[in-house]
Design a protein around this ligand. Structure first.
Ligand code: FES
Length: 265
């Protein structure tokens, strides 16, 4: 069960010109976090910014022994600008862990995680979890340039085979990603694919999963308010696999991870 917690900031450092890495002490809550789950963070108000809603932030890393969780975030708007002002020992109110998280199917021997930019931060814990359960992991990391490829070290340390694709590598990034996935699948059949965030990657994986016959899950990024399934401000239509009918689902409560084929973009 999610609880509201007055947590304290351990560190909040820039990792490049756009992203910051926030570490928050959450004590026993850290042991409950599953890959793909998120916390809803209250963002500090600053002189120019008065963020009203909490900001959902997927967990990048959870350390159960030392009782902290890490978040990687892009400083883009009032909420994240507020978060970027947090300093060690500041109090921050966190609600979580929330949402369903990714699922590994028993019997799956090889998974592929594919993402762009900050979406990769959500996939790193899944790669580690899978590797710890003897599942072979291929991680396809894509970004506009090398500087914005996030979490390579985490994927490499987990034992995943890492493939990097940047927009500056020549042909379009998505064409390269598709080519690489086909090559990986030919060499060692993929059982399931996992992604987060990028609509372009989700659309590509939906098409490839139908053609090549693997299953998959996508973690969605969505504006939220309560994060608890009560306000319905994060509702999105999802497609039923059999009937193809659309049903409204709450990303915070029914997700944020959905079967790939359910996602409508
Ligand atoms: Fe309130 Fe999802 S954010 S129901």
């Amino acid at each position: 069960t999610a609880r509201e917690n007055a947590a304290s900031v351990l560190s909040n450092e820039w990792v490049n010109d756009e992203y910051k890495h926030l570490r928050v002490r959450v004590d026993a809550l850290a042991a409950q976090v599953k890959p793909g789950q998120f916390f809803n963070l209250q963002c500090p108000q600053t002189e120019q910014d008065k963020p009203f809603f909490r900001r959902p932030m997927s967990t990048w890393f959870a350390n159960a022994e030392q009782g902290y969780v890490d978040f990687l975030y892009k400083v883009v708007g009032a909420g994240t600008r507020g978060l970027s002002t947090l300093r060690p020992q500041d109090a921050v109110n966190v609600l979580g862990p929330l949402g369903n998280g990714f699922t590994l199917q028993p019997g799956h021997r090889h998974i592929l995680v594919a993402g762009r930019g900050v979406g990769l931060a959500t996939l790193a814990p899944l790669a580690e979890h899978a590797a710890a359960h003897d599942v072979q992991v291929t991680a396809l990391l894509s970004a506009r340039d090398r500087e914005h490829l996030m979490s390579q070290q985490r994927f490499l340390a987990s034992g995943a085979t890492v493939i990097e694709v940047t927009d500056s590598d020549g042909s379009s990034a998505m064409a390269q990603v598709e080519q690489r996935i086909r090559a990986v699948h030919q060499q060692s059949p993929i059982d399931a694919v996992y992604t987060c965030g990028s609509s372009r990657v989700i659309l590509l994986l939906q098409r490839l999963s139908q053609e090549l016959g693997f299953s998959g899950e996508a973690a969605l990024e969505q504006q939220m308010a309560c994060g608890l399934g009560m306000c319905y401000c994060c509702v999105r239509p999802m497609r039923n696999k059999e009937s193809l009918a659309l049903t409204d689902k709450r990303v915070c409560y029914d997700g944020p991870v959905f079967p790939l084929h359910e996602v409508v973009l």
